[in-house]
Structures are given as C-alpha cells and as structure tokens.
Design a protein around this ligand. Sequence first.
Ligand SMILES: Cc1cc2nc3c(=O)[nH]c(=O)nc-3n(C[C@H](O)[C@H](O)[C@H](O)COP(=O)(O)O)c2cc1C
Length: 198
Amino acid sequence: MKITAIVGSYRRGGIVESAVDDLLAAAAACGAAVEKIHLLERHVEFCANCRNCTLQPGPDRGRCLIADDVPVILDTLEGSDAFVLAAPVNFWTVTAVMKRFIERTVCCGYWPWGGAPRPRRASSRRAVVITASAAPALMARWGTDAGRLLRRVARLLGAKRVDTLWIGLARRTPEAGLSEKCRDRARALGKRLATPAA
Ligand SMILES: Cc1cc2nc3c(=O)[nH]c(=O)nc-3n(C[C@H](O)[C@H](O)[C@H](O)COP(=O)(O)O)c2cc1C
C-alpha cells in the first residue's frame, strides 16, 4: 500500500502540512509506504494550453511537452494506491502553487477539439482532500472553492471515493497549531486510507 500526499501550502510546518504529516504518520503506522511532495520544492511550469496532451486518445494520460517535475509527480500519484491533495484557502480558492499544478493535470483528461473534456480511466482508489482557512470550516465549505476544486481534481486523477478534512479557524494567532480534534480526524483518515477494508 503506497500513499502519496501533494502539499500546496507556502509554509513548512504550517496547518496544512501538519495535518498531512499526522495523516501520513497514521497511515505509516498501519504499514503503508508514504511519500510527501511539497509543490514549492518542485519545478512546476504553467500549462501552455497547447492541447498536445489532451488530444491523445486512450486510457493513459496524454504526454505533456513541458520538461519539468510534473510527469514524475503524476507517475508517483498513478503508482499510489491512495493519495492526498492538500492546500490552504487563499482568496476563496486553493493557493497559486496548487492551482498551477492542477492546471497541468489536464493531461489526465481526453479533450478533443470541439468536445467536452472527460476523465480517461476510472479506478477504485481512495483520496483525501485537506483545506485550511481562517474562516470557520462550514463557511469555507460553502463560501470558497478550494474543497470543491480539490475533490474534482481527485476524481480526475482516478479517485472513486474522496474524503475531506476542512480545517476552519486556522492560525488565529501567529503560533497557533492544528487543533487536537483536527489531528484526530487526520489520523483517522490516514488509517482509513491505509486499511480500506477496515
Ligand atoms: C494571501 C492569503 C489569502 C488568504 N485567503 C483566505 C480566504 O480567502 N479565506 C480564508 O478563510 N482564509 C484565507 N487565508 C488564511 C489561510 O487559509 C490560513 O492562514 C491557512 O492556515 C494557511 O495554511 P498554512 O497554515 O498551511 O500556511 C489567506 C491567507 C493568505 C496568506
């Protein structure tokens, strides 16, 4: 069992990465091999909208012509049994670094000229989406796009079941950490990803 987490936070050890760490630690304790990819540390170019990748038919993702780290990241995700997408809410949506990565996942869809984009292949994989916001979780859930967007991308990447951890009222003071309640929820989600039958 391999679980990969993609982190789109600007802060090392911030609220989002802390939740990811708790989730992965719980999954590792259940025997999963875990990997964390911090997008800020990777070379992720903007999508050039050339459509080379989207026009290639078939179940496999289209080849992107840009030479950066995105193909390796997508290979890692495709080689994982479950995955996590995590980003703070910034200006009502995900961070720019996560959005930049998301736009590159367009190669995971087949999109002929004049047609509508559609996912290439379904799988039975599971995913968890994590967002953190200064607003209360319920408000962020309905009033921002971050969670919805990450869930949609998780499905495009082949997840059949997607659970979400909404972390509200995040970082109300400079040194505020993740609440025990959110830590428990992150650990429970990690355990569930690592032991899907449990
Ligand atoms: C530029 C910027 C924009 C933000 N926009 C929002 C927002 O629209 N809604 C919200 O609830 N929180 C917003 N926040 C607060 C962050 O979501 C919050 O601080 C979160 O904990 C950051 O994640 P991190 O701890 O992993 O860095 C914003 C923070 C920054 C720096």
